[in-house]
Design a protein around this ligand. Structure first.
Ligand SMILES: [Zn+2]
Length: 135
């Protein structure tokens, strides 16, 4: 077996997260995120296709981070939420803005923001976060 670089794997894993692309079984209409190549319900009788989730969701639960790990200190305090994209499909992410406004059941949408500053060189990393929608 040839040695595989981990870089393309990391890239493959990250890209669907940023773009919210999962899969859907067109036989039973079950959607998956992260994407799966096999439907849990239909097994080999299912038909799996790419599925783009809408960039909105609902907060199921959350926690407020007050003491942030290295690289995230500038954002503290901030809320990390479990967001339901579609029934049964969840993703974890940071909710931007005042963490006191974050509540279970509130609607959120994706926003492309600075994630963290990487090391002494100050390399900026961007990615998907969530922002509260008006109620
Ligand atoms: Zn299925």
């Amino acid at each position: 077996m040839p040695q595989m670089s981990s870089v393309p794997i990391a890239w493959r894993l990250q890209q669907p997260r940023y773009r919210l692309i999962g899969t859907i079984c067109t036989k039973c209409n079950t959607s998956y995120f992260p994407p799966r190549s096999l439907c849990q319900t239909c097994r080999d009788k299912g038909k799996i296709e790419k599925h783009k989730f809408p960039g909105t969701g609902k907060i199921l639960t959350y926690t407020v981070i007050r003491i942030a790990p290295e690289g995230f200190a500038e954002f503290a305090p901030y809320a990390i939420a479990i967001i339901e994209l579609e029934p049964g499909v969840t993703v974890a992410g940071q909710v931007v803005g005042d963490p006191e406004q974050v509540k279970t059941g509130r609607k959120v949408k994706t926003t492309f923001r600075r994630m963290y500053t990487d090391g002494k060189d100050g390399l900026l990393q961007y990615g998907m976060k969530w922002e509260l929608l008006d109620q």
